[in-house]
Design a protein around this ligand. Structure first.
Ligand code: ZN
Length: 304
C-alpha cells in the first residue's frame, strides 16, 4: 500500500508556468499614464526570464512560458532562446489588458496578434493562452469561443475564486469545455483550501507570502490523489532589485513582498517535485497537440 502511494506520488508531474511580462505591466499597478510610458521604463524582463531559464536548466526542467506579445516584439531573441531550449511558448495576450475590460473584437485582435508574433518568431504553433490576471470569468462568456476560433487548444485563465458560480469544481483538474465554437481544454489554476479559503498556493504572491513548507505540504496532498498542480510565477518575482512603482499601498505590499525569497523557494520546489510544460504533462492536450501538428501537413489541410 505504502509503495503504491509512493509510486503514485513519484509519477505526478505538475505544470510549471511563467507569465512573461515586465514588472511595470502588472494589473495592480495599471494606469493610463503609466501605459503611455511603457517604452521609457526600465526593462528587466529579459534578464529575469533568462535567469529563470538557467535555474530550470540546472534542474533539467521545462516549463510553459505565457509570453506577452508586447514583450515578444521587443525581445525576440528571448522568445527564440526559450523555444530552442525546449520550453513551451504560449500566449499571454498582446497588451496585458484585462479580458473584462475589452470588447469582443478587441479581445480577438489581442489574442490573434500575440499568437501570430510568437509563431513567426519560433516557427511553431502556439496552443495555449492565459489571460492577464486570470480575467476570464462568468462575465466574459464570449472569450473561450473566440479562443477556439483563433486556433487555441487550451486556456489557463480561470481561477475559481473569481468565479461567482459553481466553477470551483474546476479548481483541481483539467476539463474539456464545449463552447459554441467547439471544444477547448481548461487548465485551471490550482488552489488549495487553507483555513476554509481556496487560495492559489503555491503560486504567485501566495508562494512569496507563505513559508515554503506550506507549498510542500500542498503539493504532496495533490500527489496523494494523483492530481497535477498548476503552478505559476512571473519573472519579476525573482527580482528584488526592480525599481519601485507608485500605486495603491495594498498593491505595493503584494508586489514587493518577499521578492528576495522567491528564487530560493523555487529551487526547493524544483528539487522536491517534478514539473513539465502543459503540452507535455496534460495527457489529453498532449494527444491533441500531436494530432494538430500532424494536421499541419498538406493532406490534413485538404481533408479539413
Ligand atoms: Zn500577466
Amino acid at each position: 500500500m505504502a509503495s503504491n502511494q509512493q509510486s503514485q506520488e513519484a509519477s505526478v508531474r505538475h505544470v510549471l508556468s511563467f507569465d512573461v511580462e515586465e514588472h511595470f505591466q502588472v494589473s495592480a499597478f495599471w494606469s493610463a499614464a503609466r501605459r503611455q510610458q511603457w517604452d521609457r521604463l526600465e526593462s528587466r524582463v529579459e534578464q529575469n526570464t533568462l535567469r529563470l531559464a538557467e535555474l530550470l536548466a540546472h534542474f533539467e526542467t521545462k516549463a510553459t512560458f505565457f509570453i506577452l506579445g508586447w514583450v515578444a516584439e521587443r525581445h525576440p531573441g528571448l522568445v527564440k532562446a526559450l523555444a530552442e531550449q525546449g520550453h513551451e511558448i504560449a500566449s499571454h495576450g498582446y497588451v496585458h489588458e484585462l479580458v473584462s475590460r475589452q470588447t469582443e473584437n478587441e479581445f480577438r485582435d489581442d489574442v490573434r496578434r500575440s499568437k501570430r508574433i510568437l509563431e513567426e518568431l519560433t516557427g511553431a504553433m502556439v496552443f495555449g493562452y492565459r489571460a492577464p490576471s486570470f480575467s476570464i470569468t462568468d462575465r466574459t462568456p464570449w472569450a473561450l469561443p473566440i479562443l477556439v476560433e483563433e486556433g487555441y487548444l487550451y486556456d489557463s485563465s480561470i481561477y475559481a475564486r473569481f468565479q461567482p458560480s459553481e466553477k470551483v469544481v474546476m479548481q483541481r483538474c483539467v476539463q474539456k469545455i464545449v463552447t459554441t465554437a467547439g471544444p477547448i481544454f481548461e487548465v485551471a489554476l490550482s488552489t488549495a483550501n487553507l483555513c476554509g479559503i481556496q487560495l492559489p498556493t503555491p503560486g504567485g504572491g501566495y508562494f512569496r507570502l507563505l513559508p515554503y513548507s506550506v507549498s510542500r505540504i500542498v503539493l504532496r496532498q495533490f500527489e496523494r490523489t494523483g492530481t497535477q498542480f498548476v503552478m505559476y510565477l512571473h519573472p519579476w518575482e525573482i527580482d528584488p532589485d526592480q525599481p519601485r512603482m507608485e500605486g495603491p499601498v495594498i498593491s505595493k505590499l503584494r508586489h514587493y513582498l518577499n521578492l528576495k525569497r522567491t528564487e530560493q523557494r523555487l529551487k526547493y520546489l524544483l528539487r522536491d517535485f517534478a514539473f513539465a510544460p502543459v503540452v507535455d504533462t496534460v495527457q489529453p492536450i498532449r494527444d491533441m497537440v500531436r494530432s494538430r501538428v500532424q494536421c499541419g501537413t498538406a493532406v490534413c489541410a485538404v481533408s479539413g
